[in-house]
Design a protein around this ligand. Structure first.
Ligand SMILES: C[S@@+](CC[C@H](N)C(=O)[O-])C[C@H]1O[C@@H](n2cnc3c(N)ncnc32)[C@H](O)[C@@H]1O
Length: 201
């Protein structure tokens, strides 16, 4: 297994190094993407594929009276996210759970917003995962997807060749899947090779 496979599912020592690297390396695209997400101070937010938890921390800052939960199927990611957000967890404002986005343990219509940074590339059954995200969002809630690779350049192939199970989606493909899951007002934002999509339930 190559070190870069840890982006799909961090495991072992390589995974621990990767989640720490992603917390730093994904910071510019995440900061840009978060600009498109409006949140009330007391919002309930879910970060899917939360990795090392840096975005949970940013979301907690963005909604200081709110609750932010994270889900990731990698125990290494869950452990790191918990460590990074230890204080908020103790305060009861944050929880990080291990599980797949395809079948989540959350009740229907609970979250004001769901975020997915650098992770939809790896979701095994994208239509099913989008239906799950739709289910847990409140009516009127927002999904934010933020990807460093938008599928428009040849450079993207470099990643799909070395990371098994990775698909880099173009904006139109994601829009189609989102609308099929029931989302509306799908908005597409681009900068450099980055892609950010917002969609409403
Ligand atoms: C490239 S990392 C991105 C981590 C973090 N969101 C960031 O931007 O730094 C992808 C993360 O998504 C998680 N992941 C991928 N597919 C998943 C799925 N179906 N369910 C839950 N987590 C998933 C991986 O375990 C990994 O932690």
């Amino acid at each position: 297994m190559s070190f870069f496979e840890n982006t799909r599912k961090p495991i072992g020592l390589g995974g621990k190094i990767m989640v720490a690297m992603m917390n730093l390396g994904h910071s510019p695209v995440a900061r840009w993407g978060l600009y498109f997400l409006e949140l009330a101070p007391d919002a309930k937010v879910l970060d899917c594929g939360c990795g090392g938890g840096a975005n949970i921390k940013r979301l907690l800052k963005k909604c200081p009276e709110g609750i932010v939960k994270g889900i990731d199927y990698s125990p290494v990611s869950v452990e790191k996210s918990k460590k990074v957000n230890e204080t908020a967890i103790v305060e009861g404002r944050c929880a990080v759970l291990q599980g797949s986005v395809a079948d989540m343990m959350f009740v229907d219509n609970w979250f004001d917003a769901v975020t997915a940074f650098e992770t939809v590339y790896f979701w095994p059954d994208l239509p099913q995962c989008f239906r799950e995200v739709y289910r847990v969002l409140k009516p009127g809630g927002t999904l934010l997807i933020c990807n460093e690779s938008n599928g428009d350049t040849d450079k993207d192939e470099k990643w799909t060749e070395i990371i098994g199970g990775m698909t880099i989606y173009k904006d139109a493909e994601l829009k189609t899947y989102l609308e099929q899951a029931g989302f509306h007002d799908v908005q597409i934002h681009k900068k450099k090779s980055w892609l950010c999509i917002t969609a409403w339930k």
